[in-house]
Design a protein around this ligand. Structure first.
Ligand SMILES: *Cc1c(COP(=O)(O)O)cnc(C)c1O
Length: 463
């Protein structure tokens, strides 16, 4: 029998996270405050607990995973590495395709990998309530799940278009005890302001972040903090458990070094999770192609400049040096809600600036076509976000076929699509279209950040 799953015993779950900041040849630029000067860790204290801020600024290469966190992660980790043999056969490719199955967590995606430690560190710090935003609802449900395990209240601002398209995600949050409202809402100044200007807005992650941050920092009890599901350094850190497990599993499969690493990219966390341990190998001399995949309707890495920008629409966050479409950019309402973010993790952006990572973008119809091919070969129905990684994986496998090369491709299967079947239904009935984003729309988003500080593209030129 040909082996399909490479499974690690629980005892082999990584004991430390990997911090790419320790190895990047050129450091990321510091976040800036409203005065244009680098912020101090203390300035983040109203938003995050200090134990998480320490991780955010750490340059230690390895950071211990607390035993209690490992115990909770063991509910579904280590996640299996699959070999996509049936897809390989359908494509007739000599490539070996492996995928890390992150859809087996209770919330259905990679997001609980950071929701659990974030809730745990907040609890340790004496926090009682977390606020957050959610796009497609994946992060909101992951954090609601984590808060229910750890004993915290959870309040979620959900991007309105997804709140309407994906009511079952809200029910999941409520089942785990979270409270979910559509964003923009009447509950915050930021929300009221945007509703007054754009009553019909589909909402955006940038707006929802503004609302969640505002509600955290204005709680007079001081017992509320904000939690972000992607973008920040500590989130990338927590997700590296994916790639660290994958390395051990690839060794079990007899793979010494993969040739291609692929993941989809919204804020960058599932990508970083799989890719960063391999970026370390690439920095140390390995020849690996590392591809970050995004939608053509929200082309942050492929069409956005590297610049300082706010993480949210109401300009409440520090300025981050990243690829961005501008914090006022509201992407067309495609179904991959988790990929509709104007910015990108600064660590992922720096990898792109350095040439360690290559970005690529796809239209949604091609992604759905790939997702359906996947479901009919590998069985599991992917999230619309994940389908972007699948489209790129199929292309890489077909390229290997053309070149006659037996490449090893490793993809992050970031989550299942069982809560996203409405998108599939629309695809099957021909109701979905591709959005070619006009340059004017991008220019409009970028005009709003023209006066923000310039972010120099520092790179060694080695890659
Ligand atoms: C949230 C989400 C993404 C995108 O977020 P990243 O932080 O870029 O990983 C991708 N896939 C799934 C299934 C998601 O839920």
């Amino acid at each position: 029998m040909d082996q399909i799953k490479y499974e690690l015993p629980e005892t082999e779950m990584p004991r430390q996270w990997y911090n790419l900041a320790a190895d990047l040849p050129t450091q990321i630029l510091p976040p800036l405050g409203p005065d244009g000067n680098p912020i101090s860790p203390e300035m983040l204290a109203p938003v995050f607990p200090m134990n998480i801020i320490e991780q955010e600024v750490s340059t230690e290469r390895w950071i211990d995973i607390p035993e209690e966190v490992r115990q909770l992660l063991a509910m579904w980790r280590p996640a299996p590495l699959f070999r996509a043999r049936r897809l390989e056969k359908a494509l007739g490719t000599p490539a070996k395709i492996f995928y890390k199955h992150e859809g087996m967590s209770p919330a259905g995606s990679h997001k609980p990998n950071t929701a659990i430690p974030q809730a745990w560190y907040n609890k340790q710090f004496g926090i009682e309530r977390l606020t957050t935003e959610t796009g497609a609802g994946q992060w909101g449900s992951a954090l609601s799940f984590a808060c229910s395990l750890i004993g915290l209240e959870c309040k979620v601002f959900m991007v309105r278009i997804s709140f309407e398209q994906k009511p079952f995600r809200r029910v999941m949050m409520e089942t785990w005890g979270g409270k979910c409202v559509p964003s923009p809402s009447e509950e915050t100044q930021a929300g009221r302001h945007i509703l007054a200007e754009m009553p019909d807005t589909p909402g955006s992650l940038g707006i929802a972040i503004s609302e969640a941050v505002e509600q955290a920092v204005t709680d007079p009890s001081g017992k509320t903090r904000y939690s972000l599901g992607s973008v920040l350094n500590h989130v990338m850190l927590h997700q590296t458990i994916i790639g660290l497990e994958a390395k051990k599993q690839l060794a079990m499969a007899g793979v010494k070094k993969p040739d291609v690493i692929i993941a989809c990219c919204g804020g960058g966390s599932n990508f970083a999770g799989l890719a960063f341990p391999f970026v370390q190998d690439k920095i140390n001399g390995d020849d690996i192609e590392i591809i970050a995949v995004e939608p053509k309707s929200c082309p942050t890495l492929t069409r956005g400049p590297f610049s300082y920008d706010f993480g949210d629409t109401a300009e409440m966050t520090p300025l981050l040096a990243m690829h961005t479409l501008g914090h006022n950019f509201v992407p067309p309402p495609i179904h991959a809600g988790g990929l509709r973010y104007h910015g990108m993790a600064p660590l992922v952006s720096q990898c792109v600036v350095e040439g360690l990572v290559k970005p690529k973008s796809y239209h949604q119809l091609k992604c759905y076509e790939s997702a359906v091919m996947w479901a009919r070969t590998e069985g599991f129905i992917p999230a619309p976000e994940t389908s972007h990684a699948i489209a790129a994986t199929i292309d890489a496998a077909l390229q290997a076929k053309e070149e006659g090369k037996e490449k090893t491709i490793v993809m992050n299967w970031s989550g299942h699509g069982l809560m996203d079947l409405l998108g599939y239904e629309k695809y099957f009935s021909g109701q979905l279209a591709d959005h070619e984003l006009p340059q004017e729309d991008i220019d409009k988003g970028l005009a709003a950040i023209a006066d923000l500080p310039n972010a120099p593209e520092n790179k060694t030129g080695k890659w």
